[in-house]
Design a protein around this ligand. Structure first.
Ligand code: NAD
Length: 317
């Protein structure tokens, strides 16, 4: 029997703990279990969070545990793995993390887990495929964080550029969570106004959009060069995704979702806008991409599919 609002976090590093900490300020989770290969670290993190509970938004049961805790969890979030090192691309981490995600997913499923699996470990589109394949869960119930963080970065930068609230910026980063992502600008809106029309009216230079995208694409590298890791942004983004599932929000988020031909690709995970609710991915939003953007999607999908096939051959056969 699943417990409402019980979340298990596997991987109590910077990313996982940023999400965990944010649960204390937003509320919305009743029970949080921390699992890590480093049990002492998980315990220390649990104690530290517990001591913040008197000042938290609501009471949360916080504890460490083993994989049997996944049995009645609504959501298991996996943020375990090795982090991106300075100068290393997300794809460089693939093989090491694929082995980690495979073994964690097996342990989660051996508990009898029957909820929703959320993956943030990089390269996230590939790791989500590994988790889906190993878990045997239906595709809707295995979700990658995809371009949820990249889209947040885009909305922040556009909001600064236009001096308009991030709430009114409706624009998506699609494709790989990585270098081959792109923005379908013709489908970007400010409120209900087409972004390109707005820029034209304001006499803004369209090249500014390329600069903004470039900043998004380079953001992880820029942050990692300065502070070795990125975690607050993704921590909040994961909290947002968890709340969307727990509250059956049917909200649109750019997550890594299994492709069944929606954008012309099959049997792979990639970042697309999708409606997220209690069942995980309720449906993928199909944006009618123009020829240029479909070309960018195809290039990104091909990069991921080639790597995915290599990973499957080496690690999953
Ligand atoms: P970190 O090194 O701080 O934490 C990783 C944790 O995983 C450690 O506590 C480690 O002990 C644990 N771990 C390793 N192997 C394990 C296993 N087999 N079982 C259980 N726990 C295990 O790293 P981090 O900065 O928190 O990053 C975690 C992952 O998130 C990385 O893959 C990183 O690239 C990724 N990340 C994703 C995004 C995104 O947008 N999806 C953004 C930032 C980082």
């Amino acid at each position: 029997m699943k417990k409402d609002r019980k979340v298990v976090l596997v991987g109590t590093g910077f990313v996982g703990m940023s999400m965990a900490y944010s649960f204390l300020t937003t509320g919305g989770v009743d029970e949080l279990v921390l699992i890590d290969v480093d049990k002492e670290k998980a315990l220390g993190e649990a104690m530290d969070l517990q001591h913040g509970l008197p000042y938290a938004r609501n009471k949360i049961i916080i504890k460490t545990g083993d994989y049997e805790e996944c049995n009645d969890a609504e959501i298991v979030v996996i943020t375990a793995g090795t982090a991106q090192k300075p100068g290393q691309s997300r794809l460089d981490m693939t093989s090491v993390n694929a082995k980690i995600i495979k073994s964690i997913t097996e342990s989660v499923m051996n508990s009898g887990f029957d909820g929703i699996l959320v993956i943030a470990s990089n390269p996230v589109d590939i790791m989500t495929y590994v988790a889906w394949k190993v878990s045997g869960l239906v595709k809707e119930r295995v979700i990658g964080s995809g371009t949820i963080l990249d889209t947040a970065r885009l909305r922040y930068l556009m909001s600064e550029y236009l001096s308009i609230s991030t709430n009114n910026i409706h624009a998506y980063i699609m494709g790989e969570h990585g270098d081959s992502s792109f923005v379908p600008w013709t489908h970007a809106y400010v409120g209900s106004k087409c972004l390109l029309e707005l820029l034209d009216e304001k006499g803004k230079d369209l090249n500014d959009l390329n600069d903004i995208y470039h900043q998004v694409q380079q953001a992880a590298y820029e942050i990692i060069n300065r502070k070795k890791a990125t975690f607050y942004g993704i921590g909040l983004a994961l909290n947002r995704l968890v709340q969307a599932i727990l509250n059956d929000e049917h909200t649109i988020l750019t997550v890594s979702a299994y492709q069944d031909g929606e954008y012309g690709w099959n049997d792979m995970y990639i970042g697309v806008p999708a409606i997220v609710g209690h069942n995980g991915i309720e449906s993928i939003v199909k944006i009618p991409l123009n020829e240029v953007d479909q070309g960018k999607f195809d290039a990104s999908a091909k990069t991921l599919k080639d790597i995915k096939e290599e990973v499957v051959n080496v690690n999953l056969k």
